[in-house]
Structure formats: structure tokens, C-alpha cells
Design a protein around this ligand. Structure first.
Ligand code: GLY
Ligand code: MN
Ligand code: MN
Length: 462
């Protein structure tokens, strides 16, 4: 937990952004894996963590704007709980640790909310993504669970997104820790990536590294010699010479801040010429994107420049052809880079997407585009100091997409399908760094994981 002043200040700033009503921020509960006493690893809701800091189940934070009061609802542990879990601080002590004056048992919530409603107070909460929370909320208000969305406030959601999108120094320090663990994971993957090793042997070690740092993975490890499948969670292949292994993996610290890093490396430690040709295009797109990211520039422009770099590079190899700008505007690059350049990162690897992707990444000025090749961009708006984003261009040869588009002769003025066929079985390359926007540009968070051909080969062979 950060010191209590951090949470006091965040709640104060949230209050200043809103006029009246009762803000209800439900924390998460344990989620059973198969039996109630055998739950998944507990993960607190990120917005609850941001404003109320407490990392334990079955808590709800309330801010009463009309009466300027704050509450945490949660139960003190019983003797039975103590027998199984050991002694725990009281709810009152825990609430004080995050600067909240009032704490009340969970059973008081329905009466408390009813009183507020009867007095005409506006109840507002954030979007639900867990059924348990939705059902609990409906129960408190004695409404059908479908009606809970009537209490989801766009004004509140937007205010929270505005705050969480700008990381403070405490958060940046945590993000640096997550990056350091990510560095260790990727260097380990580089050293283990040898023919005959199974993907799962490496992915298991990477996950283990996060646990040794008292954290966990920030999303399920993507590690495959079939990197053309963007989110490949199958780890059953034996690594083969001549293939590229794509590892997209990051850590979550014990404070729940994330890293999200991708490297693509040659099985056995030496890139062949064909691999180098595609790899260096993606690396150029990554570097170009970082160089142009600075306050005031939209990430849509940066994405566009990365896509342009991919098209130009593929044109040099004879894979794409025709006018670069025309290919770009039509979205012909989507064949090779179907996803966006990046997304916000923070307490969530895809930060705040539970609150609504477009609230996070778009605004009144910059709207999400509908053309494939741009539509997958999760963050398109102008960047500001304190934004944390991923920079993750890629280039993939996806057999099913090639078959479909070739069959339709789609963009045949821009794609040389005969040449594309020569890259059948190539896989895919993605190179992802996490960046922090500064006052005059941006910087990579933490030490950059080896990325040039020389750095990667040196690391793999040392
Ligand atoms: N790790 C998923 C992503 O890069 O967005
Ligand atoms: Mn990633
Ligand atoms: Mn990412």
C-alpha cells in the first residue's frame, strides 16, 4: 500500500471533479476455482485499489459527496476466520491506514443505500465486469441485476479515467519494479530458447519468476513459435531450429502495477537473413514510434507512422507494392499488422479497460476509426505527460488471413501474394516496450530488454 496521503489526495481530487451524489466503488470478492474454499488468486479491483488501497476481498468504498464523508464497508474477521487465516487487523484499523474515517459491516450497506436514496441522493457506480459484484449490488438495492447499469455513471467513469490515465511518481516507481521483473523474464527466455525445449518449460519458468518477486503475471503468458497467432496461449510445441519464438509477457508487482513486454527471438540464438529482414522493419517501427511520441501528438498519428514504416519496409522486400500512402489509407497493412500500436498500462496491463476502452483511449476530438488496420488501436488520443502506453508494432504471416484475402484478390494492387507465399510458415514478430510520456517526449520504463539483432544474439549466446 502507498502511504495514506496518496489515497486521501486521490479521493479529494475525485470529489473535486464531481458535483453531488454517493459514489460506490465495489471491491472484488474471492472467486472459486472449483470449490468455494479453493479460489483463484485473489485480485482486487483496480479502481478500488487506486482510491482505497486495501488489497483484500469483500470491501466496498463509498464517497458521500453531499455530506463530505467517506466509508469502507467490510467485516471484521471472526474467530473462525482467525483459526484458518491467523489474526487480522480490524476494519477500523484498515480503513485508517488509507485515511478513511468511517467503517461499517457489509450487512449495513442495503440500509445505508436505502436511506441515501430516500433522501434523494444520486447513487453512482462504475461499470461491472464481475457477475458476483453485479448480483451483490442488485441485492443491496433490491433490484433486478439488469437494472444495475442504471447506476453506472459516465461522469464518474470519465473522471476516474482522467485521473488514472496520468501516473504519479509513486505509480511510476511501481511500474519500474514491474519492468525490472519483466526484464528478468525476457532475458531468461532468451537463455532458454533452444531447439528441443518445450514452450511450456520456458513459460512456466517465466511465471515462476513473477512469483519469486511476490507478484504474479500481468496477463497469461503468450509464448510460441507460432507468433503469427497474436495471443497464443498454447505452450505445447517443441522449439525447432529456424523458427522464431515470440514471448509477450509481463509481471504484476505485489502492488498490482504491470509490465507488458514482447520480444521475438530465433530458436537456437542466430537470426537467419529472412528473419532479420522482417525483424528490422518491426524494430524500425518501434523506434520511430517512440521517437515521435511526445505531449500533444496523438497516438493515432504514431500508430499511423508505425504502419507506414511497416508498409515501406515490406515494399522494399517486394511483399507490398504501389503507393505507400494509398495502401496505408485503405488499411492494406492490416494483413501484416492487424492490431493497434498500443494501449494504456498501469494497474491493469490493458489499463482501465473494465471501465470502457473508448473512455480510456479516445475523446471528443479523436474517435476510434472503423477501417481494419486502425480499428484495433486501443488508445488513439493525444498523449500527455504521465501517460503510460505500450509501443508494440508487429508483422505477422497469418495463413488463414492470407488465404482469405488472396482468394478475394483483396488489395492485390498493394500486396504481392506470390512473394507473401514465400514467407509461409515464417510466424510473426512483435516488439513491445512500455513507455512513459514525459514533458518533452517519452522514455522506456525500466532498462530496455535486449532488442537489436546484436543485443539479442549476444544475450542468447552468453
Ligand atoms: N499482452 C497483450 C498485449 O500486448 O496487448
Ligand atoms: Mn503484450
Ligand atoms: Mn500490450
Amino acid at each position: 500500500m502507498f502511504k495514506k496521503e496518496v489515497y486521501i489526495d486521490r479521493r479529494k481530487r475525485l470529489k473535486q471533479k464531481l458535483s453531488n451524489g454517493l459514489i460506490i466503488i465495489p471491491g472484488n470478492s474471492e472467486s472459486p476455482m472449483n470449490t468455494p474454499d479453493n479460489p483463484y488468486l485473489f485480485r482486487q479491483d483496480s479502481t478500488f485499489l487506486y482510491y482505497f488501497g486495501l488489497d483484500m476481498p469483500d470491501l466496498t468504498g463509498v464517497i458521500d459527496l453531499d455530506n463530505d464523508k467517506e466509508y469502507i464497508f467490510g467485516d471484521d474477521v471472526s474467530l473462525d476466520d482467525i483459526i484458518w487465516m491467523g489474526p487480522q487487523p480490524s476494519m477500523q484499523e484498515l480503513s485508517k491506514e488509507v485515511g478513511v474515517e468511517n467503517s461499517m459491516p457489509v450487512k449495513e450497506i442495503p440500509g445505508f443505500l436505502k436511506k441515501a436514496r430516500d433522501k434523494g441522493q444520486k447513487l453512482q457506480t462504475i461499470p461491472f465486469y464481475r457477475a458476483e459484484n453485479m448480483i451483490a449490488f442488485a441485492g443491496w438495492l433490491d433490484i433486478h441485476h439488469k437494472q444495475v447499469n442504471d447506476y453506472v455513471s459516465e461522469e464518474l467513469t470519465r473522471a476516474i479515467v482522467e485521473m488514472r490515465n496520468i501516473k504519479d511518481n509513486y505509480e511510476i516507481e511501481e511500474l519500474e519494479k514491474a519492468a525490472a521483473i519483466g526484464y528478468e523474464m525476457h532475458v531468461k527466455a532468451m537463455k532458454m530458447c533452444k531447439p528441443g525445449v518445450y514452450e511450456r518449460e520456458i513459460s512456466g519458468v517465466l511465471e515462476g519468476i513473477t512469483r519469486t518477486h511476490d507478484g504474479t503475471i500481468s496477463f497469461p503468458v503468450i509464448l510460441s513459435q507460432h507468433g503469427e497467432t497474436l495471443h497464443n496461449h498454447y505452450h505445447g510445441n517443441m522449439l525447432e531450429e529456424g523458427k522464431l519464438m515470440l514471448t509477450d509477457a509481463g509481471a504484476e508487482t505485489n502492488m498490482h502495477y504491470a509490465s507488458d513486454i514482447t520480444r521475438t527471438i530465433p530458436v537456437g540464438g542466430k537470426f537467419n537473413e529472412r528473419q532479420k529482414s522482417i525483424y528490422n522493419i518491426v524494430l524500425k517501427a518501434n523506434n520511430r514510434a517512440r521517437e515521435m511520441t511526445k505531449p500533444g501528438v496523438s497516438y493515432l498519428e504514431v500508430h499511423t507512422e508505425a504502419a507506414r514504416t511497416i508498409i515501406s519496409g515490406l515494399k522494399d522486400l517486394g511483399i507490398m507494392k504501389g503507393d505507400v500512402e494509398e495502401a496505408l489509407n485503405k488499411g492494406a497493412h492490416a494483413m501484416f499488422m492487424p492490431h493497434g500500436l498500443g494501449h494504456a498500462m498501469g494497474l491493469d496491463a490493458h489499463d482501465m479497460e473494465a471501465l470502457g476502452e473508448d473512455y480510456v483511449g479516445y475523446d471528443n476530438e479523436i474517435k476510434r476509426q472503423s477501417v481494419f488496420g486502425f480499428s484495433g488501436l486501443r488508445f488513439g488520443k493525444r498523449v500527455q505527460p504521465g501517460n503510460v502506453l505500450t509501443n508494440e508494432p508487429g508483422c505477422y504471416f497469418i495463413p488463414e488471413l492470407i488465404d482469405k484475402w488472396e482468394g478475394e484478390k483483396k488489395f492485390s494492387e498493394h500486396i504481392d501474394y506470390k512473394k507473401v507465399r514465400e514467407f509461409q510458415g515464417f510466424g510473426g514478430v512483435r516488439l513491445e516496450d512500455d513507455i512513459l510520456v514525459t514533458n518533452d517526449g517519452c522514455r522506456i520504463i525500466g532498462k530496455r530488454v535486449p532488442i537489436t539483432i546484436e543485443e539479442v544474439e549476444k544475450t542468447m549466446n552468453s
